[in-house]
Design a protein around this ligand. Structure first.
Ligand SMILES: Nc1nc2c(c(=O)[nH]1)N[C@H]1C(S)=C(S)[C@@H](COP(=O)(O)OP(=O)(O)OC[C@H]3O[C@@H](n4cnc5c(N)ncnc54)[C@H](O)[C@@H]3O)O[C@H]1N2
Ligand code: MOO
Length: 403
């Protein structure tokens, strides 16, 4: 199955699984807005001063020479004047101060001479409305300020607060349980027996799905034992929207994950025509989605980005977004070893002739360092046999996959 067919399958099969909750703003960052947010107030609420200076009636100013007028009022932010400003008079005003009724222009204090006797001399040639922020210039009551489906970032939280919201409706976080499998896999920090290696995958997968906005349960590590795997998946399914495993999905004599899932539930697909990531399985255990990622460390992380991310988006009630690719000249040559679509680990480098994409010297999916060195993936289509230096390639930054 091609990756595009797999994504279509995900779109069709995975249904939104989360409910809506209201969270205080302090907990809103990174969450997905579940309904359009409309402004409770108009901002700015009133015409107000954009500078520290003097509020005037523009009609009082001579267009050709300085004008001297008395200062009869003082307006600080939060302390509006309780009367109109009569023509021929000036109000001292500070940034954010509400424009007194009648005044229409602010002159910044650097341009004004204070005569010291309660009068000021104002310059000629001032434009009407200068340094005044108009009421509603930012947003008005009832305006939609944030659209449903948006993942809230710091500026969005500031906007929601400015519009008067103490709580916002967000989708519940997708709950993802993560296992690793393999008799050879051991916990970092413990002693390694002969033939053992440390569990990179589980930690990498947990960090990635957390970066996708999901809530992760660390379900630990499982041996290559079908009964133990069956029990663990069966026990964990109902408390999660998605279960993830690494390892044991290929064709070896100790690859049990696929059979276990087929027995507990069903498999939507198993093999994908991508490299790395061929033995990637997607299925269902009762109501809970299941993704079995390959054991090779690069394959586990790349499939987490390419396949698990859209699954998490669908479960979260979001549309599956196609990450943006950039056409960049290749700074490498490459010959494909088969007819799978390949995702090479690479990064952008500046050269005197402009930016090029470089790729890590080893594209072996067991070499986790290639992921650490990379800032993105070079997407080489199935039908393309070779890449020569200078030819454009499609570069997919990791940042596009984690926003
Ligand atoms: N005869 C075939 N052999 C293999 C095929 C195939 O089509 N025919 N596919 C290869 C591909 S592609 C991949 S990818 C791997 C994936 O196999 P599994 O998902 O069954 O993974 P394992 O065999 O359990 O492990 C593969 C490799 O990764 C290491 N590993 C496993 N778990 C972890 C972990 N948590 N942290 C770090 N490293 C891990 C494991 O020791 C193995 O070296 O199958 C190929 N074989
Ligand atoms: O997915 Mo295996 O995807 O080539 O290492």
């Amino acid at each position: 199955m091609s990756l595009d067919e797999a994504l279509a399958e995900i779109d069709a099969r995975i249904r939104p699984a989360v409910t809506i909750e209201r969270v205080p703003l302090r907990q809103a960052s990174g969450r997905v807005l579940a309904a359009d947010l409309v402004a409770n107030v108009t901002h700015p609420a009133h015409d107000n001063a954009a500078m520290d200076g003097y509020a005037v009636h523009h009609a009082d100013l001579s267009p050709s020479e300085p004008t001297t007028l008395p200062v009869t009022a003082r307006v600080a932010a939060g302390h509006p004047l309780d009367r109109p400003l009569p023509p021929g008079e000036v109000a001292r005003i500070f940034t954010g101060g509400v424009m007194p009724e009648g005044a229409d222009t602010v002159i910044m204090q650097e341009d004004v001479t204070d005569l010291g006797d309660g009068r000021v001399t104002l310059p000629a040639g001032v434009t009407r409305g200068r340094h005044v922020r108009t009421a509603g210039g930012d947003f008005r009551t009832g305006a939609t300020i944030l659209a449903a489906g948006r993942r809230l970032r710091a500026p969005d939280v500031a906007l929601a607060a400015s519009a008067g919201h103490a709580y916002v409706p967000v989708f519940e976080r997708v709950r993802v349980g993560v296992f690793s499998t393999g008799d050879e896999v051991f916990e970092p920090g413990t002693d390694l027996p002969p033939g053992g290696l440390y569990d990179g995958n589980r930690y990498g997968m947990m960090a990635l799905v957390e970066a996708m906005g999901a809530e992760v349960t660390d379900l630990g590590h499982l041996p290559d034992d079908p009964d133990r795997i069956t029990r663990a998946l069966d026990d964990a399914a109902d408390a999660h929207h998605l279960l993830l495993t690494s390892g044991g999905v290929s064709v070896g004599g100790e690859d049990h994950v696929r059979d276990v899932v087929a027995a507990l539930g069903s498999l939507h697909f198993w093999k994908l025509a991508i490299k790395p990531g061929k033995p990637t399985a997607l299925g269902l255990i009762r109501e809970t989605a299941f993704a079995g990622l390959p054991g090779n460390p690069v394959s586990a992380l790349v499939t987490c980005l390419l396949v698990v991310r859209p699954v998490v988006q669908r479960l979260a009630g979001l549309p599956v977004t196609i990450p943006r690719r950039y056409a960049v000249p290749a700074g490498f040559s490459h010959t494909k070893s088969g007819n799978r679509r390949e995702f090479l680990r690479g990064w952008i480098e500046d050269t005197p002739d402009g930016p090029v994409v470089r790729v890590f010297h080893s594209q072996d999916s067991a070499m986790i360092r290639s992921m650490g060195a990379a800032a993105g993936l070079v997407d080489v289509p199935a039908e393309r046999a070779t890449v020569a230096p200078g030819e454009p390639v499609a570069y997919l930054p990791f940042s596009e996959l984690l926003s």
